[in-house]
Design a protein around this ligand. Structure first.
Ligand SMILES: Cc1cc2nc3c(=O)[nH]c(=O)nc-3n(C[C@H](O)[C@H](O)[C@H](O)COP(=O)(O)OP(=O)(O)OC[C@H]3O[C@@H](n4cnc5c(N)ncnc54)[C@H](O)[C@@H]3O)c2cc1C
Length: 477
């Protein structure tokens, strides 16, 4: 029997492990933390009975991912729940731009930009089932629907700030900019529209749901599936040298490229070692978990029903804050993402105590405290919220990285998302999973198709690893 070791039990590592085990390999996953899941883990409760997601909270790509759908994880108890409103973006005077499932419903709330919004998204949303397998699949394949893919690519690879010039009102522009800002970084650069196009398309088709019971339920389901196909996980196993990985035929690394390069030492050829060591990480995140008594007093009515809320003002204000972060300066008003998981999944709350999940974009490695900046944005959109906070926990970039070494400098996207690293992630060429060392493959979010909970980096890496194994490319310890 062939064997494989997977280093890192994030969603990509777990899905890769499942695929390898399904093909009959004996698979062991080595995970540094004391719990599996990477970005899917739960955080310690601040108040008993109130559940917090440590990292990922809102899972549009998990629901849409062809790689996760085919695993039928509902067999292991996984369920998703949708809020009434997918996303609200409060603006001045109690107004909010709102993303709904359905382009028509979203457009209807955008006033004079309804037509332009519809023209941008209707085709893509109609084609989503054809587009997603190609967008998330291995690079270098002829797309199923080349014309639709070309249209989508043209939009996604444009600067976000250019894309929103097609809208005249603040609402559509801010809605687009806020979704684009998920990728983190400058919004006037080519490629910066990618998150808006991808998450906007998916949000208006399958929505922005949460996992019932917490994002960790997805990790639990993946672990159950891995066990069902004969794989196993060893926790508290930080891999620091190749001696730690045993003697497998395949070695898959759910790691940042720089860490993978360190692990592989001098074995990597320069054409891989150099881009992996020089791989650029993106801006950081500063996370704030709150326990709120009663509901958040949002001024905008739509935000009271929204699973996700974007704070940061107009498109121009968000772009300015993101540019500051990218330049290494902490903005006075950072872009803040808020999730209210309990609205879709009341099991997260205890009585009238609810978890509120928020993070601000900050410069990579930011060592300051962004708590007040986040509370300031919350207070602006929900006056009086401070009086309802019963517990709080701040987690800055260094603490995020300490909890998960892949979050380099607090970068939650697995690497800067710009045109270069969209097209060459983490190096140029048709096989982004190749480390240059026979039998050793990268499978983290630093490879194509990038960050987010979808497991497709793992699916793609496992497929090329198996193909390599058939061609005799085995790891030689
Ligand atoms: C604060 C935050 C919020 C986020 N919000 C969302 C969201 O709402 N929706 C969404 O889709 N995505 C979100 N993300 C991003 C998402 O979590 C990641 O894109 C995704 O988890 C990447 O999966 P991965 O398998 O590549 O790596 P990870 O999930 O990062 O897992 C990597 C694993 O490898 C382990 N590891 C690292 N080094 C070693 C080593 N040397 N030895 C052994 N194990 C090691 C780590 O402990 C970790 O468990 C968020 C991320 C963060 C941090």
């Amino acid at each position: 029997m062939h064997t494989a070791t997977v280093v890192g039990a994030g969603p990509n590592g777990l899905v890769a492990a499942i695929d390898l085990a399904r093909r009959g390999l004996g698979v062991t996953v080595l995970e540094a933390a004391d719990a599996p899941g990477g970005g899917l883990r739960a955080a310690e409760p601040l108040v008993e009975g109130v559940a917090h997601d440590a990292f990922a909270a809102v899972l549009p790509l998990a629901v849409a991912s062809p790689g996760l759908r085919r695993l039928r994880l509902e067999r292991h108890g996984l369920r998703f729940a949708w809020p009434e409103v997918q996303l609200a973006h409060p603006l001045a005077h109690g107004e909010a731009a709102v993303l709904h499932r359905g382009v028509g419903r979203t457009a209807a709330g955008l006033g004079r930009d309804a037509g332009a919004w519809g023209r941008l998204f209707t085709r893509h949303v109609r084609a989503v089932d054809r587009l997603l397998p190609d967008l998330l699949g291995r690079p270098g394949h002829a797309p199923t629907d080349a014309l639709e893919m070309a249209r989508f690519g043209l939009h996604a690879l444009s600067p976000a700030a250019l894309m929103w010039t097609r809208f005249r009102g603040d609402r559509a522009r801010a809605l687009f900019a806020g979704i684009a800002a998920h990728a983190g970084g400058r919004l006037d650069r080519p490629g910066s529209a990618v998150a808006a196009m991808m998450l906007g398309m998916v949000g208006q088709s399958t929505g922005w749901p949460v996992a019932v019971g917490g994002t960790r339920a997805l990790a639990d389901a993946l672990v159950a599936e891995l066990a069902a196909v004969g794989g196993r996980i060893e926790l508290n196993r930080r891999v620091t040298t190749l001696d730690d990985v045993g003697e497998p035929d395949l070695l898959l690394l759910d790691l940042a490229p720089g860490h993978a390069a360190e692990l592989l030492g001098g074995r990597q050829p320069l054409r891989r070692a150099v881009p992996h060591r020089r791989f650029r990480h993106g801006i950081g995140a500063f996370k704030l978990d709150l326990v709120i008594e009663g509901e958040v007093p949002w001024t905008a009515a739509a935000a009271r029903r929204a699973g996700t809320v974007h704070l940061g003002g107009t498109a121009e204000e968000i772009a300015a804050a993101e540019a500051e972060c990218a330049a290494g300066r902490m903005p006075a008003r950072p872009f803040v993402l808020v999730a209210q998981q309990h609205l879709a999944d009341p099991s997260r709350s205890r009585g009238d105590l609810h978890p509120l999940w928020a993070y601000a974009h900050v410069p990579n490695g930011y060592a300051g405290d962004a708590t007040e900046a986040i509370l300031g944005e919350l207070e602006r959109a929900a006056p009086g919220i401070r009086g309802r906070i019963t517990a709080a926990r701040a987690t800055g970039p260094a603490a995020l990285e300490a909890a998960n070494a892949n979050l380099v400098g607090g970068d939650i996207a697995g690497g800067a998302v710009d045109l270069r690293q969209l097209l060459a992630r983490p190096h140029a060429g048709p096989n982004p999973y190749d480390t240059g060392v026979p039998g050793v493959w990268l499978c983290s979010a630093s490879t194509s198709p990038g960050g987010g909970v979808h497991g497709m980096c793992g699916v793609n890496a496992a497929a090329v690893a198996l193909r390599g194994l058939r061609a005799g490319r085995r790891f030689r310890p």
